[in-house]
Design a protein around this ligand. Sequence first.
Ligand code: MHQ
Length: 264
Amino acid sequence: LEELPVHYSLGLIEEQRLLDLNITEIEHVTQNIIRSHLGTCQFTSEELSNMIWNVHSQEEVCSLQSKPCEMMWQLCSIHISNAIQYVVEFAKRLDGFMELCQNDQIVLLKAGCLEVLLIRMTRAFNPSNNTVLFEGKFGGIQMFRSLGCDDLLYAIFDLGRTLCRLRLSDEEIALFTAAVLMSPDRPWLTESKKVQKLQDRIFLALQKEIQKRHCSEDLLTKMISKLPLMKTICNLHADKLEFFRLLHPDTAQIFPPLYKEVFC
Ligand code: MHQ
């Protein structure tokens, strides 16, 4: 080592410092996102695992099924808009998000919040009996019969099952939802380069997180491969909502303001 030219060893040190810097930077991104997720995920994993066998009784399912279509739509939209509020808070806590212009913040949230919700649903989904958390207890697809959107619900439950099969950790869900939110290809973005840079860092962090736990490297590929199904669900939801509004033109009052703002 003593024989090495001075500038060479200094170069090595420089390089090592640079490497450490990048590692701590990605570590920072990871920590920020995980903290943001845990602070805004509505239910802790522990709370959810305590609730998972708390299933709606037959009577409770029947009472949901006998609700008029409009009332069930309203109930679902209330729960969805409540959950969206947490997604908005999640976005606001992500490094870089509040530095984007207001237009882009709104574009990203409008385009991404349902996808984030669908990924978050994995935490509140029990694949062993195909139930999801709704109104404080778990229940199957039949709870939603009166909505008249069977194909939409089948697609949502199908996604729930496939995402659960990936057995994602809270850390992976945090990073995956952040990456989906920071999609640079959303229409009407004005600074998509900025968003691209933020998403690049998040995917790097996600890759690192996956390497920590898994031997197989294709988990990221599998996660990304679910995005088209999510897009399909978002489009189906938009179609069903449009149809519902055609049948019930007096719906301005029944949906919560946030739901209207995002989807109408
Ligand atoms: C979140 C908590 C949460 C809250 C609401 C659009 C429509 C007419 C019907 C849950 C969809 C019906 C949603 C309420 C149904 C699939 C919706 C209604 C994770 C997600 C979760 C559990 C939502 C999952 C999807 C639900 C059940 O932290």
